[in-house]
Design a protein around this ligand. Sequence first.
Ligand SMILES: NC(=O)c1ccc[n+]([C@@H]2O[C@H](COP(=O)([O-])OP(=O)(O)OC[C@H]3O[C@@H](n4cnc5c(N)ncnc54)[C@H](O)[C@@H]3O)[C@@H](O)[C@H]2O)c1
Length: 271
Amino acid sequence: MSYNLLKGKKGIIFGALDENSIAWKTAERIYEEGGEFVLTNAPIALRMGEINELAKKTNSQIVPADATSMEDLNNLVEKSMEILGGKLDFVLHSIGMSVNVRKGKPYTNQNYEWTHKGWDVSAVSFHKTMQTLYQKDAMNEWGSIVALTYMAAQRVFPDYNDMADNKAYLESIARSFGYFFGKDKKVRVNTISQSPTPTTAGQGVKGFDGFINYAEKMSPLGNATAEDCANYTVAMFSDLTKKVTLQNLYNDGGFSNMGVSNEVIDAFSKK
Ligand SMILES: NC(=O)c1ccc[n+]([C@@H]2O[C@H](COP(=O)([O-])OP(=O)(O)OC[C@H]3O[C@@H](n4cnc5c(N)ncnc54)[C@H](O)[C@@H]3O)[C@@H](O)[C@H]2O)c1
């Protein structure tokens, strides 16, 4: 169902890799709600070509950018304003990658070059993106910026590895930059903390199947899907959430406030 919540709004969507990506589902929903946008991803991810299908479907253009490169980000923001014909109303940062996770290095035996790379891609890229937008005065007043995160920033999930630290850093950047964006440009900045979701990045985490099933059983409403996350992000980009800023917003079916559920107790009770 469409409510035209984003009619006339323009923005940039990072991180649509394939149709499972949260950013992919979000692009589809934003389009349905009347929003216009530029799609972007790292040049290497674009080579897979799937994003062309999304661009066609949503009548949007693609501008490649490695989100760790200031040169690429400068080009992305300038080109996007040219393509969309003015300043932006929304930006979605949907980027995460840990080399240690990818290469099976446990948290207790990090390769620090990889740790640094993952931190740059997953966390500092959010600062770089916002600094570029801020310095170019690229956001309209009452614009909205969202980054996606995970609860391992607050609680221990052993196999989430160095991504837990990256997400804690990402959430801190949202608050710190959100202050300046709010004061100086009337732009809000928030993170959405999403349930485990079967995507390329999600499934890279060791033991993902156990992890997602456990969260499903713990959450009174069940896990939030990628579509649920897309809907929440649409709400955060709409004019209905103008005074929500500096927040880490849980979209997790209630998981983050649970101690234990009856299903989990049953699974551990002696029969
Ligand atoms: N899937 C989950 O369980 C889950 C849960 C909570 C939060 N998240 C977060 O949601 C976001 C989106 O992930 P997803 O689950 O849709 O997986 P995904 O693999 O579809 O998306 C991750 C994206 O990051 C992009 N990326 C990696 N390096 C980049 C770089 N240098 N420059 C630009 N883009 C780069 C990838 O190309 C990809 O499109 C991530 O921040 C992730 O941590 C995911």
